[in-house]
Ligand binder design. Structure first.
Ligand SMILES: NC(=O)c1ccc[n+]([C@@H]2O[C@H](COP(=O)([O-])OP(=O)(O)OC[C@H]3O[C@@H](n4cnc5c(N)ncnc54)[C@H](O)[C@@H]3O)[C@@H](O)[C@H]2O)c1
Ligand SMILES: O=C(O)C(=O)C[C@@H](O)[C@H](O)[C@H](O)COP(=O)(O)O
Ligand SMILES: [Zn+2]
Length: 358
């Protein structure tokens, strides 16, 4: 299949290019004034980062690497400071650039570093996980965690472009691919039922990066994200639907001290949101069952220990969607029809939790 270009519009416009070998297109995205480039990456893609550095060094005056700790350990202020130090010592100016090369944790950090250095330099995102391609690298949410919670510090800063190179997934472990499919399924549940149909038809093919079905579901999921953030970049309303499953999911990530994969926590969060949707009176038993079947087919977890509810409830109070101490969840009236559920009482929240408690 050839490259596909999915455009994001709105406050700032850029393209998400999906295909094979797209990593070679960095200089097509950056403007001509760029002289220095910082590539932020993890050790897991170290060889790739070195190859990219060598390729870019033929065109740019200085290309530096910032190898950062793996996964959520990257999303800390100390790690951002490490990147700022490299840029400071190399005299990076406003016309220089950052490249995020890695999973969603790296692209969130790289985005934050690019957004904050001199109040903003150009950024190219090159996601190397499924989750990074379909979600984290698109839409301009950048961020790091604090001791109190997930993504509590960050900005809305659009990249200059996103290059999704499917060849880079060759080294990604199977469990990471499946964790990324939690966000793919999320897009199916909230807006694009064709994704669910493809997963149900043949989950093995849909999750195999070598198949056309895989590229199709990845592009459909990016399409959902692009449409939503084009309409509501700063999360004034519509964008909240992308948080389906995240209110409880983020609380689980916090409870697990960020040692769990994001998609794994979100899977449980979506099962919980489905139960809430059923209790709020709208989502059918069949639709809840469909959540269960699809997430289970991806070997994602569906439950969390019963005794953890009080801690989760406390962590959810820090959710960004909460207003004046009142929790707000994204629930579905039916597949593809999300809405906000505000002010549900604690009894209902706990009752829904009992449905997913192990
Ligand atoms: N900004 C957003 O809109 C947004 C959206 C969704 C998720 N996120 C964030 O994204 C993060 C999760 O991203 P993730 O699931 O990609 O996790 P991750 O970034 O932790 O990557 C998962 C693992 O895969 C490894 N890896 C990455 N690419 C690889 C490759 N090609 N080959 C081998 N190993 C590779 C990483 O080193 C890591 O160990 C979370 O912090 C989440 O909050 C942000
Ligand atoms: O892009 C969005 O908006 C999302 O909510 C996408 C989520 O999948 C993602 O995990 C995001 O980082 C959550 O952001 P937060 O604002 O809830 O911290
Ligand atoms: Zn997410």
């Amino acid at each position: 299949m050839s490259d596909t270009v999915i455009s994001v519009t709105g406050e700032s416009s850029y393209d998400v290019v999906v295909g094979h070998g797209t990593i070679s297109r960095v200089s097509e995205v950056l403007d001509d004034r760029v002289a220095k480039v910082l590539i932020v990456h993890t050790a897991s893609v170290g060889r790739l980062a070195e190859e990219l550095r060598a390729a870019l060094a033929e065109r740019y005056a200085q290309v530096l690497l910032a190898e950062v700790p793996d996964a959520e350990s990257a999303k800390r202020v100390e790690v951002a400071a490490f990147c700022w130090q490299i840029m400071g010592q190399a005299d990076f100016t406003r016309s220089d650039a950052v490249v995020g090369l890695g999973g969603g944790a790296v692209t969130d950090l790289a985005g934050f570093v690019a957004a904050t250095w001199l109040r903003g330099v150009q950024l190219v995102q090159i996601p190397t996980t499924v989750l990074g391609m379909v979600d984290a690298s698109v839409g301009g949410k950048t961020g790091i965690n604090t001791a109190e919670g997930k993504n509590l510090v960050g900005s809305f800063t659009a990249p200059a472009g996103v290059l999704c190179d499917l060849d880079l997934l060759a080294t990604l472990p199977r469990n990471e691919i499946l964790a990324g499919f939690a966000e793919v399924a999320k897009c199916g549940f909230i807006a694009e039922p064709e994704i669910l149909d493809i997963l149900e038809a043949d989950v093995a093919r849909a999750t195999d990066p070598a198949t056309p079905e895989f590229q199709r579901v990845v592009e459909l999921a990016i399409g959902v994200k692009a449409r939503v953030v084009s309409e509501d970049f700063r999360e004034g309303g519509l964008r909240e639907i992308l948080n389906y499953g995240h209110t409880l999911g983020h609380a689980i990530e916090h409870a697990e001290r960020y040692q769990w994969r994001h998609g794994v926590a979100i899977s449980i969060g979506m099962m919980y949101a489905a139960e809430l949707g059923r209790m709020a009176g709208s989502l059918s038993d069949a639709a809840v069952e469909r959540h269960r079947r699809i997430l289970a087919s991806l070997t994602l977890p569906l439950s969390y220990p019963a005794g953890r509810w009080p801690g989760l409830l406390a962590a959810m109070q820090r959710d960004k969607k909460a207003r004046a101490g009142m929790l707000r969840f994204i629930v579905l009236d039916e597949i593809g029809k999300p809405r906000v559920l505000a002010g549900a009482d604690d009894a209902m929240l706990q009752f829904a939790y009992q449905e997913i408690a192990s």
